[in-house]
Every structure is written in C-alpha cells, then in structure tokens.
Design a protein around this ligand. Structure first.
Ligand code: PLP
Length: 452
C-alpha cells in the first residue's frame, strides 16, 4: 500500500517529485502495523519545537520526539559537526585502536556525572546501555572474586529497553511474555505508584518503605547472590512514576550495606529533563553505574553511554594481568560521528544553560499541567522537572481506548503527546516557551472535552 499524500519538505513545498511512500516493507517497532497502514502519520521535517507532517500540518512536539530531542529539532550546530566529521573521519574502530573524539566526550561526560562516576563506556542506544550495565556488574563482582552474585533486581513497570537483559529486568509483561525466555534469577520490586498521593506536584513524601522489599529479597535469596539493582529514578515509559521522597536513598543504603551495585537507568532522566545533568544529581543519590542515551546526541545520531564508578573500572582492569579486561563492546562504540554529535549537543546544553532553563520552567510547567485537574476524564496528574503524566480514567470495558483516542485527536490538532494505556506522558524539549506550555494545555483541554 502506498501513501499518496504529497510529502511537504522543510521549505513548505509539497513535493510531487518525491515518490509516494510504500508502507509494505517497513516492519515498524512498537506499532500496530495494520492500523498504521490504514491511518499513516508521517513526519516530513522538524525544526525547533515543531514537526511538520506530510500534509503540511505543524505539530507542536510535547514529547521531544521519544524523550530525546532536549535541545529542540534541527540544531544547526549538530548538523555542522556531523557533516564535518563524516568528511574528516567517518568511521574508526575503537577495539584496540582509537581516535580523539570518544576520549574527549568521555572526559566531558565525566565532568557532569555525579562524583566518582567517571569511567565512560559507549554504546548505541539505551537498550545497549542497560545490557552493558548489567554485564559490567557481573564482570565487576567476578573480578573481585565475588563469584556467587548472578541475580538482578528490577522493578515492576520498569523499562530498560528491549534487549534480553533489559527486557528481563524490565517490569512490563507485554514486553516479556511473547519472547518466553528471560535472564534467569531476576526479581522485581513493586513500582512506586500504588501508594503515591494523587495529583502529585513533584516529589512527595510517601511510602519510601517500598524500598524495603529489597531486604525481603535479600532475606530470601541471600544478599551475596545479588549482583545489581536497576531502576529508573523516575519511571518514564510506563506513565511517569515519581518515587516517594527518601525511596532512592533507601535503595542506596540497602544496596551499599549488602555489596550490591545500584544502577540508575537515566536514558530519559539524563541531560536536563529534571533540571540537572542527571536525576542522580537532582536527587542527591549516587548510583554505582548510570546509563544514558537519547539526549546525549539530542536524538540526532544513535548513541548511548554507561558511566561507572572508578572503582568498578579499576577492579575489572586490575583483575587481568594483560590482555582484554572486558569482553564487551560494539562496532560503533565511540563512533566518530556520534561522538561529534554528542560534543556539539553538550556544548548547546552548556552555552544555552538548558538544564537551568528546565529547572526554572519546571514550576510553570507544573502549574500548567495541574490546571487540567478538572478536565473531563482526568484521574491523576503528576509532574517533575519538565515531565508530566496525565492519567485518564479508562473507558468502561476498553482500557487504553481513551488514551489511543487522545493521542490521535492530539495529533490531528497539531500536538504530539505520548500515551501508554490511558496515561498521557509529556516531556517537551527544554527550549519550550511559556506560551507553548499554555498552548499544550489549551489543546489538551479542548481534546479532553470532546473525548468520549
Ligand atoms: N531505558 C529507558 C529508561 C528508556 O526510557 C528507554 C527508551 O525509552 C530505554 C532504556 C531504551 O532505549 P533505546 O530505545 O535507545 O534502546
């Protein structure tokens, strides 16, 4: 099947010259492929806070793409850096060889990580970062001679990408069950939403004792069998679940007491989303390993990274007299073009003070999203930094249908949101203006008022 709509390019010209799109062959990820073909939504270009769709509609991006375009779309500085880099050194391996950019980038990243997390491993995505972090923890314990630690603990409703490790420690049934086999020895803590207050403004006191479930698992299995606990400091993909005050610190205390590594998956929360370089920095809780991706390159080129405590790196290196210390890596680890994109992105964040901007805008964002508390169907609203989740009451007998309808109606009205089930999740680029925040909530109210 083909999409016959004219595609509109950035200059606004509808392009009869462009071939009609053939939707037969692309097996789309996390998509209802059949439904998509009958109602395709196609982006033609993007700039700043907006996409332009194939029919020329301007769409306000309230999700930074997929939580990644933190500095806004089509940044000239990134495009230039990428173009220059391809012309100069398009690819170079980093197995037993090197080139300057990943070294420079690792140093820059080490400078914005929490203290002590200053050894950086490069990947191509958040999923690869999650699996790298898990393998790093196993390698670390083994290097210390602590060979009995093979278990991992994740959290219900956690999302750590779609590779086998991340899927296993992730807590989303639908992502796991089709694939039958998972990592062995994985347990899940409860997610943090159940006991949270409704219409939560930022982080609130709540049931931080949920973290004590880890003590129960330790009592059950023996702490000496657990390699690492992995959590998103704020769970994003499953609907913006903000932990109660003290919860992350309690996880930190328990893991430290039992020699278990704590991994923060900061693929969403990194690079200013909460108004600081990392959620770890924002919350003042330092994990042993921290994963990143998305905002690292402003979404322009695939890249991920894992920051590890110096001691983890030293232990793994010291355990081998000579030869390769960590049998892990990717053809594109520290890719020159991705590194160039990341360096240009970090420069934008710094030059434009975007993390500080996010922190300054957070109260405006909070008031705006909570102004929807009395809109039809709204059951809960929660926010932190420049993130918000708006939970709709499910339509009777059709959970998720209202969310899907809201997503479609928003798109048609020129607003990009994300929905997971009946929860709307938003995470706009950090360059958003106050007027655009108002535009988002205005459009959402209008959509909710017409939604069945
Ligand atoms: N971890 C978290 C917390 C995420 O939100 C995501 C993606 O949304 C991932 C990992 C996976 O990242 P990627 O899709 O780049 O593999």
């Amino acid at each position: 099947m083909t999409i016959s709509d004219a595609v509109v390019d950035k200059s606004g010209h509808s392009a009869a010259t462009k071939a009609a799109l053939d939707t037969s062959h692309f097996w789309m990820p996390f998509t209802d492929n059949k439904a998509f073909k009958s109602n395709p939504r196609i982006f033609a270009s993007a700039e700043g806070m907006h996409y332009t769709s194939s029919d020329g509609t301007r769409i306000l991006d309230a999700t930074a793409g997929l939580w990644c375009v933190n500095a806004g779309h089509a940044r000239r500085e990134i495009a230039d850096a990428v173009t220059r880099q391809i012309a100069n050194l398009d690819y170079a391996p980093t197995f037993q060889l090197g080139h300057p950019l990943p070294f420079e980038l690792a140093s820059r990243l080490a400078g914005i990580m929490p203290d002590g997390l200053d050894r950086i491993f490069f990947t191509n995505s958040g999923s690869e970062s999650a699996d790298t972090a898990l393998k790093m923890s196993l390698a670390y314990h083994r290097a210390r001679g602590d060979t009995g630690r093979f278990r991992f603990v994740g959290r219900q409703r956690g999302y750590h990408g779609t590779n086998f490790g991340g899927t296993s420690v992730g807590g989303i049934g639908g992502n796991r069950s089709p694939f039958i086999t998972q990592l062995w020895g994985v347990d899940h803590l409860s997610h943090t939403q159940g006991n949270a207050v409704r219409f939560q403004r930022g982080m609130q006191p709540g049931n931080e004792a949920l973290a004590d479930e880890l003590e129960s698992l330790i009592a059950l299995h023996g702490g000496e069998t657990i390699a690492a606990v992995i959590v998103e400091p704020v769970a994003g993909s499953t609907g913006v679940l903000i932990p109660p005050q003290g919860y992350l610190q309690r996880l930190r205390d328990i893991t430290s007491k039992h020699g278990i590594l704590l991994i923060f998956d900061e693929v969403i929360t990194g690079f200013g989303r909460l108004g600081a370089a990392t959620a770890a920095g924002h919350f003042g809780v330092t994990p042993d390993i921290l994963t990143m991706a998305k905002g690292l390159t402003n979404g322009a080129i695939p890249m991920g990274a894992v920051a590890a405590r110096t001691g983890i790196y030293d232990t793994v290196l010291d355990s081998v007299q000579s030869g390769i210390e960590f049998f892990h890596g990717y053809t594109y680890s520290g890719h020159p073009v991705a590194s160039a994109a990341a360096l240009a992105t970090l420069k934008i964040y710094e030059d434009e003070g975007l993390f500080q901007r996010a922190a300054a805008l957070a109260p405006v964002w909070e008031d705006a999203v909570h102004s929807l508390h009395d809109a039809p169907h709204v059951a809960d609203i929660r926010n932190l930094g420049l993130v918000a989740g708006i939970e709709l009451a499910p339509r009777e007998g059709a959970p998720g249908a209202r969310g899907t309808a809201a997503f479609q109606a928003a798109f048609e009205s020129g607003l990009l949101i994300r929905t997971t089930g009946d929860i709307i999740a938003m995470s706009p680029p950090l360059i958003i203006s106050e007027a655009q925040i108002e535009e988002i909530t205005g459009k959402l109210r209008a959509i909710l008022e017409t939604l069945r």
